[in-house]
Design a protein around this ligand. Structure first.
Ligand SMILES: [Zn+2]
Length: 1006
C-alpha cells in the first residue's frame, strides 16, 4: 500500500498542471461549490432541515446553486427533492424535466417509448450547450467506437475518435417501484448538472453527457405514489402492499435483460445503444446506506470482458473512497451480490461492451422520515465495510437523495477524469467481441434450417434481434468440423467394464437457410452468453447464488443451437437477416389439413384463433407420403384453405393438406374456457404466465382466489382453472386463509380519489386480506370432481396435494439439494398422454428446488423404502447370489419385492390390499407424464448439488379426481419469457382438457 501512494505523490503534481483547474495540492478539483455563485438560500435551508444528521450529506449536495432562469424541483414538487411526504408521479417528474429543457440549452428531453399500459418513458440528456448542439456528430463518432468494424479495427483511428468524443453516462431510476427515492434525486441532479458553476460540476457538464431515465417502471411508480397518498390520508392504518408493479411482473422486471420480454427493458436497451452510452447505472434501494454492488462478490459472469471487471473495481473503489472522505458512513462495494446472471437491467450494458453499475441505497419505501433499526449483519464492521451504517438512525428520503446524488456526482466526475481510458476500453471491448472467433471462440452459433420447431426457433431469434445481435442466413448448405473431444483417462477398473464407444462424428452438415449468428460482431458477447452452457460448481465458495445459475436458451426453448468453433463457418455464403420474414402456411392438395405436433406453443394460438374450425388430435403417430406425423398432430376441418393459410402464416406454422384422414384414433382439440387464478399475496410468478398467454393470444378470465370462491357453478363457466405458482413456497395456510382479518384494517386495492392508478388493467378488491377460504377450497374440489381440470405448479401443487385434491401424491421439500434456477433433464414417461404431445423423450426444464413428488397406490401411504443398500441380500450363508437359510427348518422362498421405478406407484402387496378401501384403483392413480432424469443426467446447465433427492421423481403428474383432473408441476414450465420449451405442457392440458385420459394404459384395469 505504501508504495502505491508514494507513486501517486510523484505523478499527481504533473496531472494538476495538465488540468489547469482550481486544483488542490494533490491535483484534484475541489468537490465544493463556487463561492461566486449565489445559493438558493430557502431551498438550501430545507435540504439541511430534512437531512437528519450532517454526515448523511456531502459538500456536493448540501446546498443548491441559485439560478435566475432555471426552475428548481420545488416548482413542481412544492418542496425540495427528498422532502418528507412528497412522492411525485412520473408525469410530474417529466413536467419538471421539460421545464428544465425549456429553461436551459443544457437539457434535452426525449421520449423513449411506452409501457405495457401506455405510459410514456423518457430520457433526459444534460450536458454543456456545445455538447448538446453537437450531439449528432458526437453520436456518429461514438457509433464508430461501438462498432470497430467501421474503422477496420484501426487502433490509431480509434485513438483519434476517443480524443474527440464526449462519453455518455446513462442513469436509470426506480425500476423497483417500492424503492422510491430516485426520481426526486434525479430531478435535483439534472438541475445541478445544468446550473452549478463550481469547477467540479462544470467539468462533468463539459466532459460528459449525462443521460437520465428518472422512472423506468412507470406503471408501477404511479401505483406506488397512489399507495403512498392513501397512506398519508390514513396515517394510522396499515396501507396495502404494492401487489402489482407493471402490468405483468413486479421485482422480476429487473430480471428481463435476457428474455427482453418487457417494454421497459426494450426501451432502455434501445436508448442505451442508440446513444452509444458507455455506462448503464441503475438505482435501487434496500441496503444501508450505499452499496455499490457492481463489485459485489463472485462468481462473476463468465462472458464479460476482464476489462469490464477492472472498470467495476476502479469506479467502485473510487466511489467508496470519495464518499468515505466526505465522512458519509455505510458506503461500500463488496457484499453478497454475485455477478453471475446477466438478467439484471444494468447487465444490458455489461453484455453490450459497456459498464454496468448498480447502487443499493437506503430507502423508507415512501417519503416518511423514520427511525430505522438495522439487522446485526447490516451494521457489522467487515473488512470491506470499515465504516458501517449505524445500528439505529433517523432516516429520511432526503438522506437517500443525498447519498444517491453524491454517489452519482463523484462517479460522473471520476468517469470524466478518466474518460479517455473508458472510451478506449469501450472500443477495445467491442474490438475483442469482433475478434472472438480467432481468440477464445466460438466462431458462430448455428440454428439449423430443418429444426422441427420452427416457430420456437423464430421466437428465440427475435429475442436475439431485440438484443441487437446480427443474424445471418446461409444461402447454401455447408459443413463444419466438430471439435475433437479429449478422452478422459479412465481408471483400470472402469476400463475393463467399459464397452468400446462408437467413433464420434467429426463433421456436421447444415442445410441451406440455416441461421448463423456470427461471433465476429460487436454484440457477439450477449449471443454467446445466452446460447452457451453454464456450470456452477457445487464447491464454489459462493454458497448462496443471488439468482438463477443457468439460462442456456437453446435448452430452455427446446431448439437446436450448435456452438461451432470451426472458423470456416464464417466464409459460408450468407445474407443478413434484419427481421424474420413470415413463413409457414398451407401446402399440398386435399380436403383435410394437418399440422404436425412438435409442442410448439403456436398450436394453441391457432386453436383459439380458428374458433369455428373442427380440430382433432391424433392419438397415435401416422405416416403420410414421406412424412411421419407425431402423436397430437392437428387434423383440421371446417375452415377455408385461405383462412387456414393466413392463420398459419401469422404464427409461423406449417400446415399440409391430406387426401384423406389417417386411420388412427383421434379426439377433439377444444379451446378450453379458462379461469386464471391469482392470490392477493403475490403476483410475481403468475405474471410471467399471464404474459405468455397474452402473447399467444389465449383468452382467460383473470380472477383472485377471493373471486373464484364466489362463483356459484364453476363447471358451467369454465373447463380449466389455471392456478400458477404464487411465490414458489407459499404455504397452504396462506393461500386458504390469506392475511389475518381478526385485527388491522381492510387493505383495499381499488381506484379511489387518492388512488386513481392503482387497478390499471389488472384486478381489484375492497380488502386484499382474505384468501381462498374454505368455501373456495370446496368449490375447487367440486369443480374437479365434476369434470374440471385444475392446473397447478410448485406451491399451488403443494396446496392441491395438502388439500386432498390430488390423491395418491405426496410432496416434500428437499433437505440438502441445491438446484438454484438451473436447467435439468427430464424424461417422458407416458408419451401417449395428451399433455406430452409433441415432446421427445428428453425434455430440458427450468427447476428451482422444485417440490419432490412421490406417487403411491394406497391413500396416505409412504413408499416402501428399500434404499439402494437393500438391493443385495442380507448377511448370511453362501455366496452373493445364494439363498440364505435358517438352521432347523425347511427353506422358504422370499417373495420378490414389487419392482417399480422411483417415479412409479408401487403395486400394493397382498398384505396391503387385504380388506383395504384405501388402495387406489389403477384408473384413479396418478399418471406420471414426465420424471426427473437419473442423478447423473440431471444437470444440463447451472448448479445441481445433491440432485439425487429429486432424481427420477415425477416432474409432471396428471391425477384423476372424480371425473376431473389435477395436473401438478414440480418444474416451473412458464418462467421469465425464457422457457418456451415447456409452455406446451401447460397448453396441451388446456387443449385436451376433456381427453386427458387418452392413451392411458391402466384406465380399464381393476
Ligand atoms: Zn431494487
Amino acid at each position: 500500500m505504501a508504495r502505491k501512494s508514494r507513486l501517486g505523490f510523484i505523478l499527481l503534481p504533473i496531472f494538476a498542471l495538465a488540468t489547469g483547474s482550481t486544483a488542490l495540492a494533490d491535483g484534484e478539483t475541489s468537490p465544493a461549490r463556487d463561492p461566486r455563485q449565489p445559493v438558493d438560500e430557502a431551498y438550501t435551508a430545507k435540504i439541511r432541515k430534512y437531512t437528519t444528521a450532517p454526515y448523511f450529506s456531502s459538500p456536493l449536495v448540501d446546498y443548491l446553486p441559485a439560478s435566475k432562469t432555471v426552475p428548481t424541483p420545488e416548482v413542481v414538487l412544492g418542496d425540495v427533492a427528498g422532502a418528507p411526504g412528497i412522492l411525485p408521479y412520473a408525469e410530474d417528474v417529466y413536467k419538471y424535466m421539460r421545464l428544465l429543457e425549456k429553461a436551459t440549452p443544457r437539457v434535452k428531453v426525449v421520449s423513449i417509448g411506452t409501457t405495457e399500459e401506455g405510459r410514456e418513458m423518457i430520457a433526459v440528456a444534460v450536458s454543456s450547450e456545445a455538447n448538446l448542439k453537437n450531439l449528432e456528430q458526437n453520436r456518429q463518432r461514438l457509433a464508430k467506437l461501438a462498432d470497430p468494424r467501421t474503422i477496420h479495427l484501426d487502433d490509431a483511428e480509434a485513438d483519434k475518435l476517443v480524443a474527440e468524443s464526449v462519453p455518455v453516462y446513462y442513469i436509470t431510476g426506480t425500476i423497483h417501484s417500492p424503492e422510491t427515492g430516485a426520481p426526486t434525486a434525479l430531478m435535483e441532479l439534472a438541475y445541478r448538472l445544468a446550473v452549478d458553476e463550481s469547477p467540479y460540476v462544470r467539468e462533468i457538464r463539459d466532459g460528459v453527457i449525462t443521460l437520465i431515465t428518472p422512472v423506468v417502471e412507470v406503471d408501477g411508480r404511479d401505483r406506488m405514489v397512489d399507495l403512498y397518498k392513501w397512506h398519508l390520508a390514513h396515517p394510522k392504518d396499515f396501507y396495502p402492499p404494492l401487489i402489482y408493479w407493471g402490468k405483468y411482473v413486479a421485482h422480476d422486471n429487473n430480471r428481463d435483460a435476457m428474455g427482453m420480454t418487457l417494454k421497459l427493458t426494450q426501451n432502455v436497451l434501445n436508448t442505451y445503444l442508440s446513444w452509444n452510452a458507455q455506462v448503464l447505472h441503475d438505482l435501487h434501494e434496500s441496503v444501508p446506506y450505499l452499496y455499490d454492488n457492481t463489485v459485489g462478490d463472485g462468481p462473476y459472469n463468465a462472458w464479460v470482458d476482464p476489462i469490464l471487471v477492472d472498470e467495476w473495481q476502479m469506479i467502485g473503489a473510487r466511489n467508496v473512497a470519495d464518499m468515505t472522505r466526505f465522512g458519509m458512513p455505510g458506503v461500500f462495494t463488496h457484499g453478497d451480490f454475485d455477478t453471475w446472471s446477466p438478467g439484471y437491467l444494468m447487465f444490458l450494458a455489461a453484455m453490450h461492451n459497456g459498464i454496468s453499475r448498480l447502487y443499493e441505497t437506503f430507502g423508507n419505501g415512501g417519503a416518511d422520515t423514520r427511525e430505522r433499526t438495522l439487522q446485526p449483519d447490516e451494521y457489522a464492521r467487515t473488512w470491506y465495510r470499515p465504516n458501517p451504517p449505524f445500528a439505529k438512525a433517523l432516516w429520511s428520503q432526503r438522506n437517500n437523495n443525498n447519498y444517491e446524488q453524491t454517489g452519482l456526482l463523484t462517479s460522473l466526475h471520476y468517469f470524466n477524469e478518466n474518460k479517455r481510458l473508458f472510451l478506449k476500453n469501450f472500443y477495445l471491448k467491442g474490438k475483442r467481441s469482433i475478434q472472438k472467433p480467432s481468440a477464445e471462440g466460438p466462431a458462430a452459433y448455428v440454428l439449423p434450417a430443418d429444426d422441427p420447431r420452427a416457430s420456437v426457433q423464430a421466437d428465440l431469434l427475435r429475442i436475439m434481434l431485440r438484443q441487437h445481435v446480427e443474424i445471418s442466413r446461409a444461402t447454401s448448405a455447408f459443413q463444419v468440423a466438430l471439435p475433437v473431444k479429449k478422452e478422459k483417462k479412465s481408471t483400470k477398473a472402469a476400463e475393463t467394464e467399459e464397452k468400446p464407444k462408437p467413433p464420434s462424428p467429426t463433421t456436421r452438415d447444415f442445410p441451406a437457410g440455416s441461421y448463423v449468428i456470427r461471433m465476429d460482431q460487436p454484440y457477439s458477447r450477449v449471443a454467446d452468453a445466452l446460447l452457451d452452457y453454464q456450470y456452477w460448481s457445487p464447491e464454489d465458495p459462493q454458497t448462496t447464488p443471488y439468482d438463477d445459475t443457468a439460462w442456456t436458451f437453446g435448452e430452455l426453448f427446446g431448439v437446436q443451437v450448435a456452438r461451432v468453433t470451426d472458423s470456416k463457418v464464417l466464409s459460408v455464403p450468407m445474407e443478413r437477416v434484419t427481421a424474420l420474414s413470415p413463413f409457414g402456411g398451407l401446402k399440398g392438395e386435399g380436403a383435410i389439413f394437418a399440422i404436425d405436433n412438435h409442442a410448439e406453443p403456436a398450436l394453441a394460438s391457432l386453436r383459439y384463433r380458428l374458433k369455428e374450425a373442427s380440430i382433432e388430435a391424433v392419438e397415435e403417430p401416422f405416416q403420410s407420403g414421406d412424412h411421419k406425423f407425431l402423436r397430437g398432430t392437428f387434423l383440421i376441418r371446417g375452415v377455408s384453405r385461405s383462412d387456414l393459410d393466413a392463420a398459419a402464416k401469422s404464427i409461423d406454422l406449417h400446415a399440409v393438406a391430406l387426401a384423406a384422414a389417417p386411420g388412427v384414433k383421434t379426439h377433439p382439440v377444444r379451446a378450453a374456457r379458462i379461469a386464471y387464478v391469482h392470490t392477493w399475496i403475490s403476483t410475481q410468478s403468475e405474471g410471467w404466465w399471464r404474459l405468455a398467454l397474452d402473447n399467444l393470444q389465449i383468452p382467460y378470465d383473470y380472477m383472485s382466489t377471493q373471486a373464484i370462491a364466489k362463483i356459484p357453478d364453476l363447471n358451467a363457466k369454465y373447463d380449466v382453472i389455471l392456478f400458477p405458482p404464487v411465490t414458489g413456497n407459499t404455504s397452504h395456510n396462506a393461500i386458504v386463509q390469506g392475511t389475518p382479518t381478526t385485527w388491522g384494517n381492510p387493505l383495499p386495492w381499488m381506484n379511489t380519489p387518492e388512488t386513481p392508478n392503482l387497478v390499471g388493467k389488472n384486478d381489484s378488491t375492497p380488502d386484499m386480506r382474505p384468501g381462498l377460504g374454505w368455501d373456495g377450497l370446496a368449490k375447487l374440489q367440486s369443480f374437479v370432481r365434476n369434470g374440471g381440470v385444475l392446473l397447478t405448479a410448485l406451491d399451488t401443487s403443494q396446496f392441491a396435494i395438502t388439500s386432498g385434491l390430488a390423491n395418491g401424491v405426496s410432496s416434500t421439500n428437499s433437505e440438502k439439494m441445491k438446484i438454484v434456477g438451473s436447467i435439468v433433464g427430464t424424461r417422458l414417461v407416458d408419451a401417449a398422454s395428451p399433455i406430452a404431445y409433441g415432446y421427445d423423450e428428453k425434455v430440458s426444464a427450468y427447476c428451482d428446488d422444485g417440490p419432490i413428488f412421490s406417487v403411491t397406490s394406497i391413500l396416505g401411504a409412504r413408499r416402501r423404502h428399500l434404499g439402494p443398500e437393500m438391493k443385495t441380500r442380507p448377511t448370511g450363508r453362501g455366496t452373493k447370489d445364494d439363498p440364505d437359510f435358517v438352521i432347523g427348518r425347511p427353506a422358504s422362498e422370499v417373495p420378490d419385492e414389487p419392482e417399480k421405478e422411483l417415479w412409479e406407484a408401487p403395486q400394493p402387496t397382498d398384505e396391503q390390499s387385504f380388506n383395504n378401501p384405501r388402495v387406489i384403483p389403477p384408473a384413479n392413480r396418478a399418471r406420471v407424464i414426465l420424471r426427473y432424469a437419473d442423478s447423473k443426467d440431471l444437470l444440463i446447465s447451472g448448479l445441481v448439488e445433491n440432485g439425487n433427492e429429486i432424481a427420477q421423481h415425477p416432474a409432471v403428474l396428471d391425477v384423476p379426481s372424480g371425473s376431473g383432473h389435477v395436473v401438478l408441476f414440480s418444474i416451473n414450465p412458464v418462467y421469465r419469457g425464457e422457457t418456451e420449451n415447456t409452455y406446451s405442457l401447460v397448453l396441451n392440458t388446456l387443449l385436451n382438457f376433456d381427453s386427458l385420459n387418452a392413451g392411458r394404459k391402466d384406465a380399464d384395469q381393476k
